[in-house]
Design a protein around this ligand. Structure first.
Ligand code: PMT
Length: 225
């Protein structure tokens, strides 16, 4: 059995990938399966935390036991749900892959195929939910971001991640190297844990549950100091 070391903690975890509609049947999306976020929520609940999981699109996954599950389709819906759930949360973990942009407008009807060349799709920026959470952080609230980075080497990935940690202002950043067959969709994950206090350590390749355990261990240590 896992230690009940997160008892009394109210936590919010986001998971999955947002889908930004172009028309009633088409969307811009990403490859997030939700597996990493679900593992984080499940592990926290098993360790005694009070967990709200805000889930965007995922592959078919069992609802984690003992977790409040809220569904959100688009970045804007996820934003509303995360803010509502995190108002009195001690820890917020943003594992969802949130679209940075969405189509400027959604057509009411399925966009028709015609003989003309299609109109270009205009995109607008989505809100940066993590940045908003940091801006309104309550006293004692711990905010954890994820970063999906592509790079030619571990050094590239870490450089980008250090810059992102500074820019985003969160307490912990979990860095995944992504690319062909890595992190998104698959069963295993690896990366680095960077803290605002300058601690950096690698997370070796293992199941997404193992990664979740390491992330919660780091959060627990950070909050115990
Ligand atoms: O779902 P899986 O298939 O298991 O894959 C897991 C994962 C690779 C999706 C996950 O581990 C992960 O890395 N999630 C974050 C992916 C991501 O969107 O990274 P980013 O570098 O684009 O965003 C950085 C951080 O800002 C993230 O915490 C993200 O949730 C947040 N963000 C991003 C954009 C936005 N508009 N608002 C945000 O809050």
């Amino acid at each position: 059995a896992l230690p009940r070391d997160l008892e009394g903690l109210r936590v919010v975890v986001s998971a999955g990938g947002t889908r930004e509609p172009l028309d009633p049947v088409r969307y811009l999306g990403n490859r997030s399966s939700g597996k990493q976020g679900y593992a984080l929520a499940r592990t926290a609940a098993q360790r005694g935390a009070d967990v709200t999981l805000v889930a965007a699109h995922t592959v078919a996954l069992p609802d984690p036991t003992g977790v409040r599950l809220v569904h959100a389709g688009t970045a804007e819906q996820l934003r509303d749900a995360v803010h509502e759930a995190s108002a009195d949360a001690d820890v917020v973990v943003m594992a969802a892959a949130v679209a940075d942009f969405r189509p400027a407008s959604k057509a009411d009807h399925k966009i028709k195929k015609t003989d003309r060349d299609p109109d270009p799709v205009t995109l607008v920026r989505n809100p940066d939910i993590l940045a908003e959470l940091v801006a309104k952080r309550r006293d004692g609230q711990t905010i954890v971001g994820f970063a999906a980075e592509t790079g030619d080497s571990g050094a590239d990935v870490l450089d980008h991640a250090r810059a992102k940690l500074k820019r985003k202002g969160c307490d912990l950043l979990v860095v995944n190297a992504v690319g062909e067959g890595k992190a998104f969709e698959v069963e295993e994950n690896s990366g680095w844990l960077l803290s605002a206090t300058g601690d950096e350590r690698p997370i070796t390749l293992g199941s997404k549950s193992q990664m979740a355990t390491e992330v919660w261990d780091a959060i627990h240590t950070l909050r115990d100091r």
